[in-house]
Design a protein around this ligand. Sequence first.
Ligand SMILES: C[S@@+](CC[C@H](N)C(=O)[O-])C[C@H]1O[C@@H](n2cnc3c(N)ncnc32)[C@H](O)[C@@H]1O
Length: 374
Amino acid sequence: MASFKPTELWEASPHTLAKLEIIGRYLDVWFMILGSNPKNRRLVYIDGFAGPGHYTNTQKSSPLVALQAAKAAASRAGAAGSPTEYSFLFVEKKAEFAKNLREVVQSQSLPPQFKWSVEQGSFEDKVGGLLASLKETGKNLAPTFAFIDPFGATGLPFKVIAEILSYKSCEVLLNLDSDGIGRLVTAQAFEKNQTHLDVLFGDASWRSELDPKLPMAKLSAQVLALYKKRLKTVAKYVFAFAMNSREGQLNYHLVFASQHPLGLEKMKEAMRTVDQTGAYSFSDDTVGQELLRFDFDAPAIWAERMQRSLSGKWRLYADFRDYALNETPFTNSKPLLRELEGRGVLEIESAEGRRKGSFPEDKIERILIHQTLL
Ligand SMILES: C[S@@+](CC[C@H](N)C(=O)[O-])C[C@H]1O[C@@H](n2cnc3c(N)ncnc32)[C@H](O)[C@@H]1O
């Protein structure tokens, strides 16, 4: 995606609408689940690149989608007398857009337990500053969903993302401009680009791991793979979706990082529902392959990959769940295990008898995938 710096309100493209739909669907569930737990006295939504609050062709925007999801959850939780505070931090660098967003949020009717602020400034300064002061004072960050949605490849330092993810129950959805980052890699002779890349990846790994001579489609797959690898050092569950234009051209990747399997499961469900619009696709970051559109309902290719990665030793169920979540479009490993059982390469130890083709998590003790037929 070419870097775009609008000076006035702009039109939301179909993939922007799909992105808003994904966030809305996910936040409906996120606020609902966390808001119904009375232990959560506070929930936080951070919009690091919040925008002006609406587009020329729709009144929707990520801040409004988040407020609406939280309102629905609060009205349900409110019926049960929950005291949860819902806190929103919207950061927008451009003064006119911040002002516009403030007016848009002000015009909403919000419950009294909603606290919000629109901060004019950069994500790095405002969110980085907030996290630094939390650290200094030894305070914890309440369960947080951070949406980080820049135009282009700059302004999202890895150290700020890692800091958010260092807190329990905090997760991040970010818009990674893999093409734009690829262009910085190609033009790395410029010192300024090297600095951007050091900040973006949080270390110098890109210098040895990214090949500037690759064609852009392959380089952007390599960028995504390295970014995910960096995120995996700070989050247990990391997953990316390519947001493609109607013509199948890559626009950017939406990358999700969380410490909880349920978070990724629910995010995939949101993405899968919106996938029916054809506006995005699960993307493979295997270097050297073209980005492909994958069929969520075709387990064979994923089962074979899982077999290659996890065969040869007895493992706990959680290993297969984590593999399915992190490495495949599936929300759980059952379709893949079923496929491998059908091929006669699966052995299962379970506490009680189990029907062939069923994989009850509470009964299965361990699983062994063989490389060849039993
Ligand atoms: C893609 S738009 C955000 C759209 C919004 N998240 C939505 O979905 O409705 C990116 C916004 O980030 C703002 N921006 C650019 N650089 C920034 C920075 N370093 N920190 C915070 N905001 C920034 C831009 O002015 C623009 O409004």
